[in-house]
Structures are given as structure tokens and as C-alpha cells.
Ligand binder design. Structure first.
Ligand SMILES: C[S@@+](CC[C@H](N)C(=O)[O-])C[C@H]1O[C@@H](n2cnc3c(N)ncnc32)[C@H](O)[C@@H]1O
Length: 293
């Protein structure tokens, strides 16, 4: 299958495909999966129906979790961003249930990061207001469940980490506090903020590792991977989100190229090494750095 778009350096490919049918990821090839699947909370995505019964939802999750397990290297890691629980359409312990499901499929459990979403406003339902009759309790947090395939200690990869001392100290504390992303700003109904995949990628992978997001959405994980020199593959079922992901990544590359040109113009001898800010071609389905000839 041809990618919806790809860039060559760092290698990044996005496929417009159903994760359950995708055949472009080689078994045991992925170092790190960072993903946020549909939560089954009636979000309007387009192709995907986000209003399954809870039993059907767990069946769907079992199928894609099995594929993720197959794709991971023996020392591969999995950062699974899911809700703690679900209130819409009946209370459910989604975090606990998906963690149990992943363990049944074969994943080993490492830890759970609690993401405290500063700007979330979920106080729409109080249940029985000021009464013990049936009040609702809602925690404004999500989880990032950290799993791995066989070995937690990484033995493959470049062994090159790019995390700073401050980041390591702060991020190994499993309570992460940063704002959620605006749907309107990104143009996707349920994006996560760049900070989430950035932290997972820098904390759990080496430079040059292969990162996969099987529910790529607006391409946030791919963007973080490109920014931090990891190779990446995304799978997304909805073509309009693939287009959005392409635009976001190209915009970043254009800006980076622009910054690079300014830097080069300031070189001591004033020599302009790069002569164009548009170093990536977007025609057709491929996006490769243009030849310097
Ligand atoms: C929670 S969103 C992911 C958002 C993403 N993290 C971002 O920052 O934009 C889940 C995504 O999964 C996609 N999706 C749903 N079912 C899918 C399937 N079977 N295969 C691939 N993608 C699917 C939806 O279209 C949606 O974009």
C-alpha cells in the first residue's frame, strides 16, 4: 500500500487505512507505540462509529491491541493514552478494563502516568445536586498506561538519548500536568497536545527509533517524532485527518527550513548554503527533500 504521504528525513509515513486491515508495518519492527484510540464517547469522527456497546468496544480494542503487540519489537514499549473512566452512556472503568485486556493479550505492565489536564471542563453533570441520592464523581484526568512486550530494558537502537536532566527528573514523576489541545485550533475532534507524545518519545525511545501511532488523527505523534528525529509510521482511517496531518508536518518543516536559512545567512562568511525555503515537494503522494542539484 502506498502511503498517503511520506518524508525522507527523518523517515515518516502516514497511511490512510483501517488499523484492523493495515499490512504495511512489519512484525517486531516498532520501538515505541504512542496512541490515543477512540474512547467510544460518541465523538463524530467521520468513518469510525464512536458509539458501540461497551462489549463491542472491548472487542474492537482486543483486535487492534493484538496487532500492536505483533508490531512491537521484543523490547518495544507502548504508551496508551486512555480515559480513567467513562460517564457517557453508562459508567465504565475504561482504564482498568483496557489495561487488563492488554495484559491478557500478552503485554507486560510497567506503570501508569496520570495526566492532569489543566483546562478540561467536564462538570456538565452533577447527578443528584447537593444530595447523596446519586451524585457523579468525575476526575479531570486521563491515563497514559505504559506497557512493553517482553523486556523493559532496551537492548536495540542507537543508545542515543536526547532528554535533559530537568525533563528526566520531572517526567519520571508519574503525575503530568499540562493543558489539553484545542479541537478548534487543530481542526480535529479529539487531538492530544504535542507535549504528550513529545514526553513519551524522549523518555522511552532513542534517537532514530521507529515510533508508531495506529490512530494518528491530526498527526500529533508523527509531528513529535519528526521534531525529535525519530522515524515514524501513522495509520488513520479518515482521509481528511490524513490531509490535516500532512499540512501540520509540512508547516513544521517549512518553518524549520526557514529558521535554518536564517541561521545559514548569518554564517561568518555570509554564505547562503540553502537557496530556498521550500525544500520539500508536496506533489502527488510523496514528500521528499528536493535534490540540491
Ligand atoms: C482520539 S483520535 C486520535 C487523535 C490524535 N492523537 C491526534 O492528536 O490528533 C482517534 C483517531 O482514530 C481514528 N480511527 C478510528 N478508527 C480507526 C481505525 N479502525 N483505523 C485507523 N484509524 C481509526 C479516528 O478517525 C481518529 O482520528
Amino acid at each position: 500500500m502506498r502511503p498517503f504521504f511520506e518524508i525522507a528525513e527523518p523517515e515518516c509515513r502516514l497511511y490512510n487505512a483501517d488499523v484492523l486491515a493495515a499490512d504495511m508495518v512489519a512484525p517486531e519492527s516498532v520501538d515505541l507505540i504512542v496512541t490515543s484510540p477512540p474512547y467510544n464517547v460518541e465523538v463524530v469522527y467521520g468513518t469510525h462509529k464512536d458509539n458501540l456497546s461497551y462489549a463491542e468496544y472491548l472487542e474492537f480494542c482486543a483486535l487492534w491491541l493484538q496487532r500492536c503487540y505483533l508490531w512491537l519489537k521484543p523490547d518495544g514499549r507502548f504508551c496508551l493514552n486512555i480515559p480513567l473512566d467513562k460517564n457517557r452512556g453508562g459508567q465504565q472503568s475504561v482504564g482498568a478494563d483496557l489495561t487488563t485486556l492488554a495484559k491478557q493479550i500478552g503485554f507486560q505492565y510497567h506503570s501508569t502516568i496520570v495526566w492532569n489536564e489543566g483546562n478540561i471542563s467536564r462538570r456538565t453533570a452533577w447527578g443528584s445536586w447537593l444530595s447523596a441520592s446519586a451524585p457523579y464523581v468525575i476526575a479531570p484526568v486521563e491515563l497514559i498506561v505504559v506497557l512493553y512486550k517482553h523486556e523493559w530494558k532496551k537492548s536495540s537502537g542507537t543508545r542515543q538519548s536526547d532528554i535533559t536532566q530537568e525533563e528526566f527528573i520531572e517526567w519520571t514523576n508519574g503525575l503530568w500536568t499540562f493543558n489539553g489541545e484545542s479541537k478548534k485550533r487543530v481542526g480535529h475532534p479529539a487531538p492530544f497536545p504535542l507535549e504528550l507524545p513529545k514526553r513519551c518519545i524522549k523518555l522511552f525511545s532513542y534517537v532514530g527509533d521507529l515510533v508508531l501511532d495506529p490512530f494518528a488523527g491530526s498527526g500529533t505523534t508523527l509531528l513529535a517524532a519528526v521534531m525529535h528525529n525519530r522515524r515514524s509510521i501513522g495509520i488513520e482511517i479518515e482521509p481528511t485527518y490524513c490531509e490535516l496531518a500532512r499540512e501540520r508536518i509540512l508547516e513544521y518543516l517549512r518553518t524549520r527550513q526557514y529558521a535554518l536559512q536564517i541561521y545559514e545567512e548569518r554564517e561568518p562568511y555570509g554564505e547562503l548554503v540553502s537557496t530556498t525555503t521550500e525544500n520539500y515537494r508536496t506533489a502527488g503522494e510523496g514528500v521528499f527533500p528536493e535534490s540540491s542539484e
